[in-house]
Design a protein around this ligand. Structure first.
Ligand code: PLP
Length: 389
């Protein structure tokens, strides 16, 4: 028996455990101080009414002989795939139902999709980055190259013709930076991929935060993208499904074998998302659901605005926040990410995430999120203003 030695090449992730350890130590030493956590990447608002009603109804159906459901189609029920296709139609993107694959969230599909690619492919990942892109490729023994995202390119790297990549990861709006590509910039990536016969794995997990209609929410809004891109999306941040688990992956038929192979992979290794959850997900796309989730998204966006405006007042450079729940700031006074983390915890008891945890280009930067409560966000920003303005 030989094990997959590639797992030895994975870097240990100490980011969130170190954050938790440092916060716990501080709280033990200072039990009277109120710590405000603006580091969380999880949502806090509950599921909307339309979803809850649909979930209850589906639960009841499961208890009745005539409406009970067992195994469903691995790629998702038609009612949900239809709802997803209608959602894309609103942006003039036409999808056939067999290009839509319902998943239990974006993270698993982003990892699983690698099953259908050769081990020899070279991989291009932005730095800083959502760590899943790197780790899933390291597990498979693939070589990973990095596209530098930094202050110079506003954390939106563009293709470098001298770099030859087969698999390209793009996340827009981006985690951790909150930066979002415009159509011209994304077109450059699509053109590069078409020219190099590469595939783009486009992570649209935060598409619902895009506020400006001229900015793309889906890569298929870019001409030619159906010939070179797979898109992953999720209801986690859109509708608070982080614990409920549902997403969707688009593999266009124009990608030839990839669509067929993904279907084969899913029907072999996956048995679908529970019927009850898919009914809840369907309700997200209903008129009522869309109105209700917008309230939650706007709640987070309002928090992001409060953070962004405070940073402006304090003269702290940042990106994100407008079309994203994440705000990515440059640590003041040339502090390192962890120095700034300690400084904020000690001085004003605000917790964020050190940028260094997302890649080498994250050093000197810091991520704040808008997923907290409005009251806490306001209080945290008042504390910021006191020490930085
Ligand atoms: N993609 C990005 C960029 C994320 O930040 C996250 C979650 O934080 C995911 C995907 C995973 O989403 P899901 O909950 O659908 O697995």
């Amino acid at each position: 028996m030989n094990i997959n030695e590639n797992y030895k090449n994975l870097e240990e992730s100490y980011l969130f455990s170190t954050v938790a350890k440092k916060v716990n130590e501080f709280v033990q030493k200072n039990p009277d101080k109120k710590v405000i956590r603006l580091g969380i990447g999880d949502v806090t608002r509950p599921l909307c009414k339309a979803v809850i009603e649909a979930l209850h109804k589906a639960v009841d159906e499961m208890g009745v002989q005539a409406t009970f459901r067992g195994y469903g189609p691995e790629q998702g029920y038609d009612f949900l795939r239809k709802a997803v296709s209608e959602y894309y139609m609103k942006r003039n993107v036409t999808l056939e139902l067999d290009e839509i694959f319902i998943s239990d969230g974006a993270k698993s599909d982003i990892g699983n999709i690698l099953d259908i690619f050769s081990k020899d492919n070279t991989v291009l990942v932005p730095d800083p980055v959502y760590p899943v892109y790197v780790d899933t490729n390291v597990m498979a023994g693939r070589k990973v190259m990095f596209a530098d995202a930094n202050g110079g390119n506003s954390f939106l790297p563009l293709p470098d013709e001298s770099v030859k990549a087969d698999i390209i990861y793009i996340c827009s709006p981006n985690n951790p930076t909150g930066a979002v590509y415009n159509k011209e910039q994304l077109k450059k990536w699509v053109d590069y991929a078409l020219k190099n016969e590469a595939v783009i794995l486009f992570d649209a997990a935060y598409e619902c935060f895009v506020s400006d209609d001229s900015l793309p929410r889906s890569i298929y809004e870019i001409e030619g993208a159906k010939n070179c891109a797979i898109e992953f999306c999720s209801l986690s941040k859109t509708a608070g499904f982080t614990g409920t688990r549902c997403g969707y992956t688009i593999v266009p038929k124009a990608l030839g074998k990839l669509n067929k192979f993904w279907l084969r992979r899913q029907t072999t290794k996956f048995n679908g998302v529970p019927y009850i959850i898919q009914r809840g997900a369907e309700a997200v796309f209903s008129e009522k659901g869309q109105l209700e989730i917008k309230e939650n998204i706007n709640y987070y966006k309002e928090n992001a605005k409060i953070i962004s405006e405070t940073l402006d007042k304090c003269g702290i450079w940042h990106v994100g926040g407008k079309h994203s729940p994440y705000i990515w700031l440059k640590c003041p006074n040339n502090m390192s990410s962890w120095e700034f983390f300690d400084f904020l915890l000690e001085k004003i008891q605000v917790v964020g995430t050190p940028g260094a945890g997302f890649g080498k280009n994250g050093e000197g930067y810091f991520r704040l999120t808008s997923f907290g409560s409005k009251e806490n966000t306001i209080e945290a920003m008042e504390r910021f203003e006191k020490i930085f303005s």
